[in-house]
Design a protein around this ligand. Structure first.
Ligand SMILES: [Zn+2]
Length: 269
């Protein structure tokens, strides 16, 4: 089980609506939402990996400590939610290094996992894996082998594998269905599919592939009271707000239906 800990204004779909200078002036929702998730996880006996955005971690160090102290894995989602495909190697390194150092200083333990914002590692920036290895990460979950308008590595491996740069990559799960590779790893897709269908897809994956399944989502996906962005394109708004009122209930069902643990526990032991 994985959570990308960021607020509604960090998402790539709204990057034109909110710049970094706006962040501090906006209503903050992520702290409250993440505590709600921690309680939900406790109620269902679920442990997970929290890929925490550095900008959030620096603002809420106690939240970070609580995630760690409640038995979850703390991992990095970079600092400022810049897609790696839009950064130079040096910019990427500085951003990730800042986030990793702050996480480690706060929890007093090494951080070994990283997830790129919007799964933004692909053919154009494989050097990112070298940087992650240099910084001491042991695994990344930064690729989604699907065709999507904003990201995707449809021709890359679908299951955990060792990169030549010396790091383990854990792609987000996909299912081959009727000759197509479809996304089943969470987020917007999970809110789009009816619950029964979403569960069937996971069951099929587990039976057919004999691989662990991982799921991702964000704290803002359970937040019906977040400020509404009205001036973004229809597609971005549709994806962001679709079925968020049903998400918490759906998550609870998902947590009960399967046995969940951290990325480190499942993939690195
Ligand atoms: Zn993100």
């Amino acid at each position: 089980m994985t959570v990308d800990v960021e607020d509604y204004y960090h998402v790539s779909a709204f990057e034109k609506q909110f710049t970094r200078n706006d962040w501090d002036k906006l209503p903050q929702r992520v702290e409250h939402n993440t505590y709600r998730l921690l309680d939900l996880f406790d109620a269902h006996g679920c442990k997970g990996t929290f890929f925490i955005l550095g900008a959030v971690g620096e603002r809420y160090p106690q939240l970070l400590k609580d995630i760690h102290n409640r038995g979850h894995e703390v991992a990095s989602h970079g600092y400022a939610h810049k897609r790696a495909t839009t950064q130079t190697r040096e910019e990427f390194k500085a951003d990730v290094e800042r986030s990793k150092k702050h996480l480690e200083d706060t929890i007093g333990q090494q951080v070994i996992g990283y997830r790129a914002p919007s799964f933004s590692i692909d053919e154009s920036n494989e050097w990112a894996f070298e940087v992650l290895t240099e910084l001491g990460f042991e695994y990344s979950s930064s690729t989604y082998p699907v065709k999507h308008d904003l990201y995707g590595t449809p021709h890359w491996p679908r299951f955990k594998y060792a990169r030549p740069e010396g790091i383990i990559e854990i792609p987000v799960p996909t299912l081959k269905l009727a000759g197509k590779q479809i996304p089943i790893g969470g987020g917007g897709y999970f809110r789009l599919y009816p619950t029964m269908v979403a569960h069937k897809l996971v069951d099929k994956y587990l039976a057919k592939e004999q691989q662990p399944y991982s799921f991702y989502f964000h704290p803002w996906e359970i937040d019906t009271e977040q400020p509404r962005v009205t001036d973004a394109p229809f597609k971005s708004r549709f994806r962001h707000y679709l079925n968020i009122s049903k998400m918490e209930g759906r998550l609870a069902t998902l947590l009960d239906r399967y046995h969940w643990s951290t990325m480190k526990q499942v993939y690195l032991k």
